[in-house]
Design a protein around this ligand. Structure first.
Ligand code: SAJ
Length: 405
């Protein structure tokens, strides 16, 4: 079977390579010529656990062909970004992809939408475009659910939801996914699949908002929020997530808006967004109190921000709250420099040692494992204030100027 993946991003590329490994002839289409050139030169455009090995395998089997020309195919899989604009989904990339597909569509082709989309998008927006071709086609929505940082493992092992426009489409898609997915595959209606995906990410956003609100409550009470959450989570039916500098990434911070865009009834979803978007302000305010305690101030202070990635051990800085924190610190006239070993081209230092030697104040925004492993009391100057928004620097627990969110 010929399968064409449209969009070779953080999900599309790993997915394409897994399909190639499963024996399908996979064409990877992307409008980004630079990315396709890189792939054709045998190089990956980004890092992800296990991806390099899979890419090497695909070179041997020749089952994966990157291209900027969309040709006929048995199956088309759309895996393009769906950004948010004014709290609504921006379907530009999806519509471009579907319009491009409709130009080469043949009878009995199957179209799979993997991109996160808002409710009714398949039936009310995508279907009418495909109907205009006059071809008989299958359409499903199979939302991706894998977590960046462990994408390959989760693409293979997570359960999947396939929502079909009709059951024949869903069964055809199931056959494709069964060629590499070890998790269970559930078939459902196409709109239910759309809403399920948004519901999952919104659940996580609300849970994180609760943790971020608890951080403020505990701050007012003068107690450690991390200990509160860890102990509360000992209850068999409680599983609170953790506070932090804010919610980044391309999913959790935007999907809740898609869930609620067509309804005015939701209160908790927009509130959770507001709370999580405000997290960087709380970080900067709490650090201000730490500075006050130590007779210091932001003006002119040399502050090292550790971590630009939106979460640990990834090179992805989309929507990263670190940028908002940097902006707020600069507005308070601090001298801010950054270091992220996963994003060296955006860092002010070549290595951690140089950054630690320069800093008077350190603010940890991303809990990369190498920060956790390498930052010990001996490696920082005695007077350095360290503010850890992730409560992860175990090597500094006895440092007199170590503070957590
Ligand atoms: N975060 C916290 N506290 C926590 C957990 C996370 O502040 O306790 C922050 C992270 O630091 C990060 C943000 O939330 O900035 C999002 O990170 P994440 O690891 O929670 O999620 P993503 O965005 O990397 O991936 C999510 C996943 N969704 C769920 O777990 C429900 C993933 O399975 C989805 O496939 C992905 O969104 C997506 O593409 O939709």
């Amino acid at each position: 079977m010929n399968i064409t993946i449209i969009g070779l991003g953080y999900m599309g590329l790993p997915f394409a390579l897994l399909l190639a490994k499963a024996g399908h002839k996979v064409t990877g289409y992307d409008i980004n010529k630079k990315k396709i050139k890189l792939l054709n030169q045998g190089k990956l455009p980004f890092g992800e656990l296990g991806l390099a090995n899979l890419f090497e395998e695909s070179k041997k089997t020749r089952n994966f062909i990157p291209t900027t020309e969309l040709e006929k195919s048995d199956v088309f899989i759309v895996s393009v970004p769906t950004p948010e604009k004014n709290h609504h989904i921006d379907l530009t990339f999806v519509l471009n992809a579907v319009n491009t597909i409709s130009k080469v569509l043949d009878h009995d082709n199957l179209i799979i939408i993997e991109s996160t989309i808002s409710p009714h998008c398949c039936k009310k927006i995508i279907k009418p475009i495909l109907d205009k071709t006059g071809k008989k086609y299958g359409l499903v929505h199979c939302p991706e659910r894998a977590i960046p940082g462990n994408t390959l493992y989760e693409l293979v092992n997570n359960d999947r939801i396939i929502g079909g426009l009709d059951s024949a489409s869903a069964l055809r898609a199931k056959e494709i996914y069964s060629s590499f997915v070890k998790g269970k595959i559930f078939l459902t209606d196409i709109t239910i699949a759309e809403v399920c995906k948004l519901t999952e990410n919104t659940f996580r956003d609300i849970n994180i908002a609760y943790a971020n609100e608890l951080a403020k409550i505990c701050n007012d009470l003068g107690i450690n929020v991390w200990e509160v959450i860890d102990l509360a989570n000992k209850h068999p039916r409680v599983n609170i997530l953790y506070p932090g500098p804010g919610v980044g990434g391309h999913c959790i911070a935007i999907d809740p808006w898609f869930l609620t865009e067509a309804t005015k009834t939701s209160k908790i979803v927009p509130l959770a967004r507001e709370i999580n978007d405000a997290a960087p302000y709380f970080v900067v305010d709490k650090l201000q109190s730490v500075l006050n305690e130590n007779n210091l101030h932001y003006n002119g202070a040399k502050i090292l921000v550790l971590g630009l990635a939106y979460k640990a051990n990834v090179d992805d800085d989309r929507e990263s709250p670190a940028y908002k924190i940097i902006q707020l610190l600069k507005e308070r006239k601090a001298e801010v420099k950054v270091y992220d070993p996963y994003l060296l081209d955006k860092s002010d230092f070549n290595n951690l040692k140089e950054g630690l030697a320069w800093a008077e104040i350190i603010i940890l925004t991303t809990n990369h494992s190498n920060f956790v492993e390498q930052i010990t009391k001996e490696k920082i100057k005695d007077q350095t204030i360290v503010f850890d928004t992730r409560n992860c620097l175990t090597g500094l627990k006895t440092h007199p100027f170590y503070y957590v969110l």
